[in-house]
Design a protein around this ligand. Structure first.
Ligand code: ADP
Length: 255
């Protein structure tokens, strides 16, 4: 887990760097966008116009990357008591139209019994990334399972809510699994930014939660799939460590 810590720290540094670059890039980006817009309004040959359109499209892509990065680091810090099932449904409502065209069955197993204190917008972003990735993994249909449960983190012993997003889609090979939380890592070519899971990981860490993944690539006709498990603590860490201390004391007394 020292390795994990090093990785997490590395990602956090990379994140701050990405955010400051994104910020610096934003202004010249806007200037270029305006220039291209003005140029497109002048008299041009078809060839010149097609070059400008190409440049505009690529610029949109850069803008998309900076917006995604900045949105995360703008950092409103208000946490609110949130019903996880409501949160899941609002995210799903946004993706409804995309789902309609696909042969995807969504199964809900909602068993969480309490709400969580979270920055709702950020957790919504995490869920949107997980759902979006699950849909991308099911180009010819399949099943997405959404499960919530009241649980206890096996490592820290904290109580919390687990949200599972599973799909029986393409799955991932080990090379992808090793890198999926890295910024800008994507296997989706032009349609991916590679920022979704990296940002999700950062958001979850900020909530002192965990995001785990298990996956198997579809191979030789054996169906694969992916399970993401998001854990959000419902009890304060300091509280739980105090409780642990008290419990430990009580225990020594008994022993
Ligand atoms: P993007 O979706 O833009 O590529 P992400 O950070 O969200 O960026 O994901 C990184 C990569 O992780 C994806 O390109 C894909 O290879 C892999 N991945 C994530 N979720 C899944 C999933 N549910 N099934 C298969 N591969 C996935």
């Amino acid at each position: 887990s020292e390795e994990l810590l090093r990785r997490t720290e590395k990602l956090a540094v990379a994140g701050r760097l990405a955010a400051s670059i994104a910020h610096e890039i934003n202004n010249p980006l806007e200037a270029i966008t305006n220039c291209l817009y003005l140029a497109a309004g002048t008299e041009l040959s078809d060839l010149s116009r097609s070059y400008i359109e190409l440049a505009q499209n690529e610029l949109d892509r850069v803008a998309q990357i900076t917006v995604q990065t900045l949105r995360f680091y703008r950092g409103s810090t208000r946490t609110v008591e949130t019903d996880v099932h409501e949160l899941i449904e609002t995210v799903f409502a946004l993706l409804e139209s995309r789902l309609r065209g696909l042969q995807i069955e969504v199964v809900r197993q909602f068993r969480a019994t309490s709400s969580v204190m979270v920055q709702a917008g950020e957790i919504r972003q995490v869920l949107a990334n997980l759902f979006g990735n699950a849909m991308d993994a099911l180009p010819s249909g399949g099943r997405i399972l959404l499960r919530t449960a009241a649980t206890r983190d096996w490592r820290s012993g904290r109580h919390g809510i687990a949200i599972t997003v599973a799909d029986n889609g393409t799955g991932m090979d080990s090379a992808t699994l090793n890198r999926l939380f890295e910024p800008f890592f994507s296997t989706k070519g032009i349609t991916g930014t590679g920022l979704g899971l990296w940002i999700s990981h950062e958001i979850v860490a900020k909530h002192r939660g965990t995001l785990h993944v298990r996956s198997r690539a579809t191979e030789n006709g054996v169906a694969g799939g992916t399970v993401f498990r998001l854990f959000i603590p419902t009890e304060d860490e300091s509280y739980s460590s105090d409780t642990a201390k008290t419990e430990a004391k009580a225990l020594t007394r008994v022993v």
